[in-house]
Design a protein around this ligand. Structure first.
Ligand SMILES: [Zn+2]
Length: 116
């Protein structure tokens, strides 16, 4: 593996920090949803429905990011972190610093093989 212990530790910290931020964001999002029983106008009901579908789409994105981070963290644990899942090439630390949850190397990303 191209990453040394210090680098791995740094990336792990980054991943855990981001994960915490996402969780906090989700909590905030939940709190901002106000589903009172006092729906007294049609407009309000419409807004709430809109807010809720908004919430769901944001939640979906955040959930996916959490999954990617968890996956990266478990790869660090089992020692498979640091290589591209498509071409098995080693991923550079400088690239990981920007995308710690990346599963692909720069080249594969450029080829447009977007991560699912
Ligand atoms: Zn690759």
């Amino acid at each position: 593996m191209i990453l040394n212990k210090t680098q791995l530790h740094e990336l792990k910290g980054l991943l855990e920090k981001t994960r915490g931020e996402i969780e906090a964001e989700l909590q905030e999002l939940k709190k901002s949803l106000d589903f009172g029983d006092d729906v007294d106008s049609f407009d309000e009901e419409t807004n709430e429905a809109e807010e809720f579908s908004n919430y769901l789409s944001v939640k979906k994105v955040l959930d996916r990011r959490t999954q990617r981070i968890d996956r990266a963290l478990s790869k660090i644990t089992d020692g498979t972190y640091g290589t591209c899942e498509t071409c098995s090439k080693e991923i550079l630390f400088s690239f990981f610093k920007k995308n710690p949850d990346s599963r692909l190397c720069v080249d594969c990303k450029k080829k447009g093989r977007e991560e699912e």
